[in-house]
Design a protein around this ligand. Structure first.
Ligand SMILES: Nc1ncnc2c1ncn2[C@@H]1O[C@H](COP(=O)(O)OP(=O)(O)OP(=O)(O)O)[C@@H](O)[C@H]1O
Length: 273
């Protein structure tokens, strides 16, 4: 479990990115921070692995204040995946993935073996191991970024808009892969996005934020959809515009659910969950 207790971050220029933030992030679930640009999502994420230090308040992992831990060791023990993958251009795919195992003292051979294993986990052909990042597509680079984040087998994986820079089709594929990975690997994932659809798709717990990391609503996607906290949240999740509104249409084969544009979204099953 990760816990933010009354956390504030004021940058030296006076910007208050996070103002008195409290949150419990349950283990082995995916928590998604969602909100518009500049609301403090990245700052929150980076306070978990001490890439950013809070001005006041504490961040705890399993009851221990991260400030009491050695920053470098902490950072290596937590996976971090960022937008544009953050790969090192002069390292091959395998070398990029194996960076942390090597830093942790593993042999070159063991690190390469681990890299190949992880490439398989994230759906990359082993033949790509010796390529450089520039020789991969954007989606493949993101997969390498995810593999690198998993390399030290961390309990916690931080993901900062990891699929923001790829096209919608590849993005949907990466989202499906992450759901599959999460079922297999059972990590505590903290994911940042500004896309509410992505947040609802991936999140067990969704945290809707406004400027200063103000919590507008925290809940499961169903809780938020069924009971938006206020008009702002309702507008943000698209409830008001009827974007998520479904209605029943009768067809010769039985009732189906259609969206606001009349596209079929599903079949209505009597007594279904
Ligand atoms: N090093 C810094 N110095 C001063 N202000 C900063 C610094 N880093 C971030 N900020 C400011 O803090 C606020 C929150 O930034 P943050 O990057 O956490 O937002 P975000 O929600 O992740 O935004 P985005 O979705 O655009 O990445 C913004 O107003 C930003 O300009």
């Amino acid at each position: 479990m990760i816990e933010f207790r009354n956390v504030t971050k004021r940058f030296p220029d006076g910007t208050v990115a996070v103002d008195s933030f409290d949150l419990v992030i349950p283990s082995r679930k995916t928590t998604v921070f969602v909100g518009s640009s500049g609301c403090g999502k990245t700052t929150l994420l980076r306070m978990i692995n001490r890439m950013v230090e809070p001005t006041s308040g504490t961040v705890e992992i399993d009851g221990e204040d991260v400030a009491a831990k050695q920053a470098v060791a902490l950072r290596r023990s937590i996976g971090y995946v960022m937008q544009n993958s953050g790969l090192m251009p002069h390292f091959t795919v395998a070398e990029n993935i194996a960076t942390v195992p090597r830093l942790n003292g593993g042999t070159r051979r063991a690190a390469k073996a681990r890299a190949l294993e992880l490439m398989d986990v994230v759906g990359l052909e082993a033949s790509m191991a010796d390529r450089y990042p520039s020789q991969l597509s954007g989606g493949q680079q993101q997969r390498v970024g995810v593999a690198r984040g998993l390399a030290a087998d961390p309990n916690i994986l931080l993901m900062d808009e990891p699929f923001g820079a790829v096209d919608p089709i590849v993005r949907a594929e990466l989202q499906r892969e992450l759901i599959r990975l999460q079922q297999e690997l059972d990590k505590t994932v903290v994911f940042v996005t500004h896309d509410i659809d992505e947040a609802f798709l991936l999140g067990d717990q969704v945290v809707i934020l406004a400027a200063g990391a103000q919590r507008l609503q925290v809940g499961s996607p169903s809780e938020i959809t069924e009971r938006p906290a206020d008009d702002f949240v309702a507008a943000f999740i698209g409830a008001e515009r009827g974007k998520r509104a479904l209605s029943v249409k009768q067809t010769p084969n039985g009732p189906v659910l259609v969206d606001a544009e009349g596209r079929t979204q599903g079949v209505l099953v009597e007594g279904g969950a």
